[in-house]
Design a protein. Structure first.
Length: 468
């Protein structure tokens, strides 16, 4: 950065700190000012920030305070340290990169067994209702642009949610609408250490800074969540009672504690309940609206209990959030297809969700038994819900292993896809939803890929071996 540009930036920081008066600690004031200026592109990506000594003198703070602020901004993703060179504005994460990786995982190659997607593999488990085409096209409004959704589907959803739902084109659209409602560019969004990549892509598209909350083995640690709220002052948090990718069913008390903290600090919650009905032997926590009624947007879907091809989801929220969501939905696509909603309602009336849960539990048990036999060095916690397993591979970069596995005919999702900061590189998400024959073939292929990797030259510790 040229001297004149740096001098100008220092003056902007000084004036911004003075303008905040005595509100908050000096470190917090400086953090907020720097975050606002970087978010407003007062410094371009890749530019060096003023030295700690120079900035400390300009804002009349200790060098230690400035150093602490720089560490905080680096942890939040605004900046990065370069050894021996200083602190620089971080290049923005390309939201499209996350989307492209998801699209690559979703691509269906001929002959490839796909364990990368946590989805219902097909619609073969669903009842096939007799449908009257004329009835499918008949709606109370006549024109089919019903603001909240089709009346028949809405009646069924109200029995499941005890709230007024807005029908969306799947949960992904629900997350996108919720983010548009409560997240602005530069806001901080709190997420799990491993999170659904579709949500991460949405938040980054909004220009948000995604910050992870420490996991203590049972999900987001409530105390860590409180500390993150106080430190980062987020606009919202993305939470799940049945977690993707881990399959963990979060304890109700833990979810309630997070919701209470969010309410006390006026933090919005986007609660993703798409897996809430897929649990094995336990029950998902009730919605966070119980403890945080005015600040929670609940996102749900039929994709996991019925079939993703229906593309039917919904959101619920208190007013005025719901009214804003309706406006945003109208801007996005006017309304969800009435034909799809009518088909979903007909299938939902006849579907046996309990039987589907039992079948998934059986597939999970069979899959984990086969993995344990063929790949004994892999470890995992048996998932209490969801459609996938979150496995840890010893001393392995799973980005590289995913490529090796693809070469053996099986697609898996590497842990880095689920990490906001590129970590979780020793993890794989493996779907157990496909049928027995495919799962058996997949385990055999994974075993071959693993044996091939083990016989190859070892990767350097801490490095990435992308040639495996």
């Amino acid at each position: 950065m040229a001297t004149s540009e740096q001098d100008h930036f220092v003056l902007l920081v000084r004036d911004g700190v003075r303008g905040r008066g005595g509100r908050g600690t000096p470190g917090r004031r400086l953090t907020e000012v720097l975050r606002d200026l970087i978010g407003a592109d007062a410094l371009s990506a890749g530019a060096r920030l003023p030295s700690e000594r120079e900035l400390a003198k300009a804002v009349d703070m200790s060098r230690g305070t400035v150093a602490g602020v720089y560490r905080t901004l680096c942890a939040q993703g605004w900046c990065e340290r370069r050894h021996g060179s200083g602190t620089y504005v971080r290049e923005p994460v390309d939201a499209a990169d996350g989307v492209r990786r998801i699209e690559r995982l979703m691509r269906r190659d001929a002959g490839l067994i796909d364990l990368s997607k946590s989805v219902v593999p097909d619609a073969s488990h669903l009842p096939v209702p007799a449908l009257d085409v004329a009835e499918l096209l008949r709606t109370p409004s006549g024109h089919g642009y019903d603001a909240l959704g089709d009346s028949r589907l809405l009646a069924q959803l109200r029995r499941r949610t005890d709230a007024d739902p807005l029908v969306t084109a799947g949960a992904q659209q629900g997350i996108a609408l919720a983010a548009r409602c409560v997240v602005r560019a530069g806001d901080v969004v709190l997420v799990d250490e491993a999170a659904y990549p579709g949500a991460l892509a949405v938040f980054r598209r909004r220009g948000a800074q995604v910050v992870t909350v420490a996991d203590d083995g049972g999900g987001m640690a409530p105390e860590a969540f409180r500390e993150a709220v106080v430190r980062h002052r987020p606009a919202c948090a993305y939470v799940l009672p049945v977690h993707n990718p881990t399959g963990r069913v979060v304890e109700p008390d833990r979810m309630a504690a997070i919701a209470v903290t969010a309410r006390e600090h006026e933090v919005s919650l986007i609660e993703d309940r798409t897996l809430a009905e897929i649990t094995f032997g336990s029950t998902a926590a009730p919605p966070c609206t119980t403890a945080h009624p005015d600040g929670t947007i609940v996102v749900d879907s039929l994709s996991k209990v019925l079939w993703g091809g229906l593309r039917i989801g919904w959101v619920t929220a208190a007013e005025p959030l719901l009214a804003r969501l309706v406006e945003l939905k109208h801007e996005a696509d006017l309304a969800t297809s009435v034909v799809g909603q009518r088909m979903a309602a007909a299938v939902l009336e006849r579907a046996d969700v309990d039987q589907w849960r039992q079948e998934l539990a059986r597939r999970r048990d069979r899959f984990t038994a086969a993995l344990g036999e063929r790949l004994p060095t892999w470890t995992w916690d048996v998932p209490d819900g969801g459609l996938s397993l979150w496995a840890r591979l010893p001393r392995t970069d799973t980005d590289a292993f995913a490529e090796a596995a693809r070469g053996h005919g099986v697609a898996v999702a590497p842990g880095s896809v689920f990490s906001p900061d590129g970590r979780q590189r020793d993890r794989l998400r493996l779907s157990f939803a496909p049928g027995d024959e495919l799962l058996d073939e997949a385990v055999a292929a994974l075993s071959r890929a693993w044996s091939g990797r083990q016989s190859a030259p070892a990767a350097r510790p801490g490095g990435m071996d992308l040639t495996v």
